[in-house]
Design a protein around this ligand. Structure first.
Ligand SMILES: *Cc1c(COP(=O)(O)O)cnc(C)c1O
Length: 340
């Protein structure tokens, strides 16, 4: 197996072609057999529902080369279940858990030479997706679907070490409607969020914080990541119909309970930001991304969370512990890793 000539530290979060992807077609009411493809392209009808009406959902998972050389995929079954929820949400056929896990494991094994070395801090990102295909013009769910799993190595999120960043609230944008598709991992939410994302970066912030789309009173989530705050020994994270249930957030809540900390999942008023000792966003890409300051841009109010601009001790502990599990450096007491 020849190792690809890749500078693992500099690839960032960009598409790097790997050897194979794995696909499966849904047709005539059932899923077919998994196929291995060496082309990164798809050949679909110009009238596919994914192209016109956004019938598409996806997942994001990571595979790690551990300190012991073992390859681990983090929380594979939870990702399968979440994709099933997204499929229900857009009236697409569910990808059965067994089909999903088999496709992901195959995609990882077939691209094993692209799983970055342990020391690099880089990982193999896995992107499962499902799209509505076939000739269709009217607005209705497609009859045919393509499920695809591809992989791409990505660099460690924190190139210069675990650090905190600034986030901003923009009240002129929503990523989803109060009873819309915010709780599903679908491309349409990302399309809706692009204007705000571009705007916040232009203003010099690393990420946007969305408020609840109904009252603009509560924190929803943070770009493509969930949000949490820490006050004393309590981890506080928003509960809302319009946020995507992050598997990282779910894992961190479990770790908090393991540590003996309290967990509150409830509506979090914007004003409460002023009471937090620490705050962060969380998701597969960064695990934990500490936030030092949040500016409510339209009201001019600033919430300074970390005066020294550095990650707090609890965020750091959560980040380190979750990564220790992912790299096999500590016991996986909840059975979160699938060993390949
Ligand atoms: C994927 C995603 C997250 C993070 O979920 P993880 O399972 O932790 O990666 C958070 N918010 C949105 C909108 C997402 O799409």
């Amino acid at each position: 197996m020849n190792t690809p000539d890749i500078d693992w530290e500099s690839i960032g979060f960009n598409y790097v072609a790997t050897d194979f992807n794995v696909r499966c077609t849904y047709k005539n009411g059932s899923w077919g057999k998994l196929r291995i493809c060496d082309s990164p392209n798809i050949n679909i009808s110009i009238a596919s529902s994914c192209l016109h009406y956004g019938q598409e959902a996806f997942e994001g998972i990571k595979a790690f080369r551990g300190h012991d050389g073992q390859i681990r995929i983090f929380r594979l079954e939870e990702n399968a279940q979440r994709l099933q929820a997204s499929c229900d949400g857009l009236v697409m056929p569910q990808v059965p858990t067994e089909l999903f896990t088999e496709a992901v494991i195959q995609a990882v094994k077939l691209n094993e030479r692209f799983i970055p070395p342990y020391e690099s801090g880089a990982t193999l990102y896995i992107r499962p997706l499902i799209i509505g295909v076939g000739h269709l013009l009217g607005v209705r769910p497609a009859a045919e679907y393509e499920f695809i799993v591809f992989t791409s190595p990505i660099s460690s999120y924190f190139k210069t070490g675990f650090s905190a960043t600034k986030a901003g609230i923009l009240r002129g944008y929503d990523r989803s409607a109060p009873l819309g598709t915010g709780c599903y991992k679908v491309g349409g939410n990302y399309a809706s969020g692009m204007r705000a994302g571009v705007r916040i970066h232009e203003l010099g912030y690393s990420s946007i914080i969305y408020l609840d789309p109904k009252e603009k009173k509560y924190i929803d989530e943070c770009g493509a990541a969930n949000f949490f705050g820490i006050r004393g020994d309590t981890y506080i994270t928003p509960k809302s119909r319009s946020i995507l249930p992050s598997i990282t957030n779910n894992s961190l809540m479990q770790l908090c309970r393991d540590f003996g900390w309290a967990v509150e999942q409830r509506p979090v008023p914007v004003d409460e930001l002023s009471t937090f000792d620490e705050a962060a966003s969380c998701g597969t890409a960064a695990v934990v991304c500490p936030i030092s300051q949040i500016d409510d841009i339209d009201t001019g109010h600033s919430y300074i969370i970390a005066k020294d601009g550095r990650p707090g001790p609890k965020c750091t502990k959560l980040y380190n512990h979750l990564r220790d599990i992912q790299y096999g450096r500590t016991d996986d007491t909840h059975g979160w890793n699938t060993l390949i």
